[in-house]
Every structure is written in structure tokens, then in C-alpha cells.
Write a protein that binds this ligand. Sequence first.
Ligand SMILES: Nc1nc(=O)c2c([nH]1)NC[C@@H]1CN(c3ccc(C(=O)N[C@@H](CCC(=O)O)C(=O)O)cc3)C=[N+]21
Length: 300
Amino acid sequence: MTATVIDGKEFAAKVRAQVATHVTRLKTDHGITPGLAVVLVGEDPASQVYVRSKGKMTVEVGMKSVEHKLDVQTSESDLLALIDQLNKDPEIHGILVQLPLPKHLNEELVVNSVDPAKDVDGFHISNVGLLGTGQKSMVPCTPLGCLMMLRDHHGSISGMNAVVIGRSNIVGKPMAQLLLNDSATVTIAHSRTKDLADVVRRADIVVAAVGRPEMVLGDWIKPGATVIDVGINRLDAPEKGEGKTKLVGDAHYESCAAVAGAITPVPGGVGPMTIACLLANTVTACCRANGLVEPEGLTA
Ligand SMILES: Nc1nc(=O)c2c([nH]1)NC[C@@H]1CN(c3ccc(C(=O)N[C@@H](CCC(=O)O)C(=O)O)cc3)C=[N+]21
């Protein structure tokens, strides 16, 4: 069997088009422009590229984009003061603090200082608790994007066996909660799981989010299963020329695609959906802030 490729790039473009429609409606019917603020501390080149592409797409869907680039040595109190200012700013509906932060800053404290209603990353402890109890919350962008692709591909995932590999607060844990809320049978596995290959072989849905390049192999995959590859690993690619690099996922694409029923590629899979969901979350936050009906299909 050769897997159906789930095209995250195409799907993300559709999600962004839906977002744009809602932005237009908010502007023309209510005179409101959703605004997203992104805070970047330090000058990590990969983060800068990512922040730029977010800013561009935010503007493309008609929203207001604000970028705050702070020096790598910014103090915690200065960062918290900026977050406080953004929390109070009525033109800002979503706030994202790019992670990881430089070592001298307390990430938990910073994340929990964002107004939960503007927490478009869904990392605030209130949103984590709401998601964990099946209540309305802001949902982390990467898992939300994965859920949208799974729902689209399968219609319903109720009763399916899902194995999430990885237990991070950013992907693994919220992914498991979302799958559970959709009535999948969920196993959270990780690098220390005993007989990991055998655990994965039972899965109808495999979400690979361990952060180890090409770790999940084709012979771990149940024939016909769906593989969602969250990993984005940049590896040296001397075969492409000196100094060249390539992106690979946490799943070994060729061997998995030979067995799976469906698979997301890297690049062009989960990554673009993450950004689309960030924009979707900003519209959702804007609607909730203004007591308006929130868009269907853009939330969990
Ligand atoms: N508070 C916070 N929220 C985040 O959501 C967050 C963050 N911090 N820190 C950094 C990571 C990284 N991240 C990516 C999103 C999309 C692509 C993406 O679209 N990647 C393209 C490839 C891009 C390329 O070619 O390099 C793809 O997979 O097709 C990548 C990386 C969000 N992050």
C-alpha cells in the first residue's frame, strides 16, 4: 500500500481562507480588526524566520500584526511589563511569546502572565486545565492543526486507537487530550516506553512528536494506519551539495509511507497547519472578547 499524502500546505491555505472570511465579516459588520502580537526575545535565526512568516500570513488574512523584538538580555520585569501592556491593549486579541526563551527568563512565569483569553498558544495553565476537563479553551496550535487533519481525513476518529509519541506540554499532552475529547482510545508513549514499536503497531493513528529525526520506522506501522508527523528536524544533506541541509520529520517517511494509509509530509504537513491555527485562534479569541459567535470548524 502506498499512503495518501495529507497535504498540510493545501489544507492550511483553506483554513487561512476561512479565517480571512471571518476577518472581513468582523471588519465590515462590527468594525473590529483582530490583532496578533508576537514577542521574540533574542536573535535565534530560525525563530526570526518563523516570526517573519507568521507576521506575513497575519497581514495576508487581513489582521493586524504587531512584532516586538527584544534584546536577548531583556530582563524578566521588562518582558512582563510588555506582556501586561499587551494584555490591556484593546486592539490586541492574541499574544504569542516565542519559545524557547533565553535561559535567564522563567518560561512558566512568562507564559502564565499572558491573559488566558489572549493566549493563542494555549499554554497558560488555565487553558491547559480547561482543555483537560473538556471545557472551552484556547487550544495549542500544533495539536489543533493535527486534529483538523485527522477529522478531515477520517470524518470521525471515535473509537480509534491513537498512539501519541512524545509527552511535551506543547504537543504530546494537549494532543492526547484532544484525541480523548474526540473519543479516541489514547496511549501516550515516549522515548522510555517499553517495546515502543509494539505499542505503535496497535495504533490506527500515530502522532509522532518525539523530536528525534526519522525515529518511527515503517515496520512499526500497522498497515493502513494514519501517520501524523509533528517533527521538524534540520539535518545536514551533503548529497545536495556542500553546506546544504534538509528537513525531516520524526517518522522515516519512505518506509512509513509504504505501509500507512495516510501520512503527513515534512515539510508541508503539520508546520503550515500550526501557523494557520494560530491565525484561527486569534479570530476565535477576538470573537470571544467581543461576545460574538465564534467561527465553526476553526476550534476544537
Ligand atoms: N510560542 C510558540 N509557539 C509556537 O507555535 C512556536 C514557538 N513558540 N517556537 C517555535 C516553534 C516552531 N514552530 C513552527 C511552526 C511552523 C513551521 C512551518 O511551517 N514549517 C514549514 C517548513 C519551514 C522551513 O522550510 O523551514 C513546514 O513544515 O512545511 C515551523 C515551525 C512554531 N513554534
